[in-house]
Design a protein around this ligand. Sequence first.
Ligand code: SAH
Ligand code: SF4
Ligand code: F3S
Length: 471
Amino acid sequence: MKLPTYQEAKTRNPIAYQKEQYKLPRSLASKYAGRTYYLKTYGCQMNEHDSENIKAILEEMGFQEANDYKTADLILLNTCSIRENAHNKAFGMLGRIKHLKESKKDILVGLCGCMAQEESVVNKILSDYPWINFVFGTHNIHHLPEVLEESIKKQQLEIEVFSREGNLIEGMPAHRASNYKAYVNIIYGCDKFCTYCIVPYTRGKQRSRKKEDILQEVRQLVKDGYQEVTLLGQNVNAYGKDLKDGYGLSQLLEDVAKTHIPRIRFVTSHPWDFTDEMIDVIAKYPNIMPSIHLPVQSGSNRILRLMGRRYTKEEYLNLFHKLKQKVPNCTISTDIIVGFPGETKEEFQETIQLAKQCQFDNAFTFIFSKRKGTPAEKLDDPISLKEKQERLQQLNEVVNHYFLKSNQSLIGKIVPVLVEGKSPKKKNQLFGYTDTNKLINFVGDERLIGKIVDVEVTDAKTWSLDGTYHE
Ligand code: SAH
Ligand code: SF4
Ligand code: F3S
């Protein structure tokens, strides 16, 4: 049993990280052949990619994926802590699973991901959910086989959550969700400690993968026919800072571009670490997609300072305009939080002004959610939830208007689209994403799936485009 502690999660270890090779103990290979698993993922792309690793590990152990949690022998929730509603979703699911477990006593139930890293969550599991079989943290994914074995052997709740990140684990297998698009981790953790955010506690210290390991993974994906990689990190622009060898994101992007993978994306960019050199590389290589996620969070300098974001509105705008100027057709999306503790009506209006000025191509908007253990938890928060909801709605009306405007500007143009599959909603239609990361639906032959093709944009909605494919 190893429980999480925030005290440890907060500290930043000065040591350099060593590589460690993942290996499944031979005695566990295919041990559970014939049994099934169901894995439910909440949260960001990092969690989605962790789930790809978890699936592959379970499959090495012999488990096969079930379509429904009700029929699975093992149910695992890969959870997210970012806002209260992510918590509520996971606890809601645990309620349904408890009900199922009353009639199917033999099923194994596990919880992993960011919630597992939270002291308060693990304490709640110990007191209120002792029927859960195992819990493991974001730094313990490679130990899943051992944790599972321990819990089966002991027939009781097994918890392994390291609060100090360990080595950099290489060589974990991945059951990727797509045959065309792949996630590639480049940097783990986050050292920014924005005052509202729980990620630095749940994901630990910022640590970069070695460039050789990243490039080798990308080259293999190219060989396997992948068309797109998304380089992942909570703050990809800080890539390499911990390695202190002068090799950063701009060099890495350039080397990844030279593998000739047709499309490269990267998330998320923190404005603080975005250099001119990076902008030049993005502009130079046609296989680096002209689409950047650049969270701004607020348009008020006082709120940005309270959030610990380390830039002013003016600095953000400067970077924004530089990107638009230097990277042709570049789309920029963002994240915005409304109702940060003490945000005045005027400060919120500054955010509205900024949204109007930037005319973002896409934006994810949130109401501030108090997270246990973060500095913002202690700030006075006199604004009512109703007021915050009204602000969110007002902001959404503004940003949605510009999504539509941005989409409409493409009508009549031919855009390159990576075709991902049959549209889940529209019969006989395919869907894919443009270079600028816009969803487009169009009529076309299934043989186009997995290819990058030219599509003419015929119509635009707020969230998607319609198009026509010409052979
Ligand atoms: N590393 C990324 C963000 C990851 S979290 C970055 O810094 O840009 C994704 C988004 O969730 C954040 O950009 C922020 O807008 C939102 N978010 C994070 N913590 C939040 C909180 N406590 N309440 C509301 N939204 C939050
Ligand atoms: Fe959270 Fe800030 Fe780190 Fe993003 S940069 S993960 S918002 S602490
Ligand atoms: Fe959620 Fe953890 Fe990602 S808190 S947003 S799953 S890093």
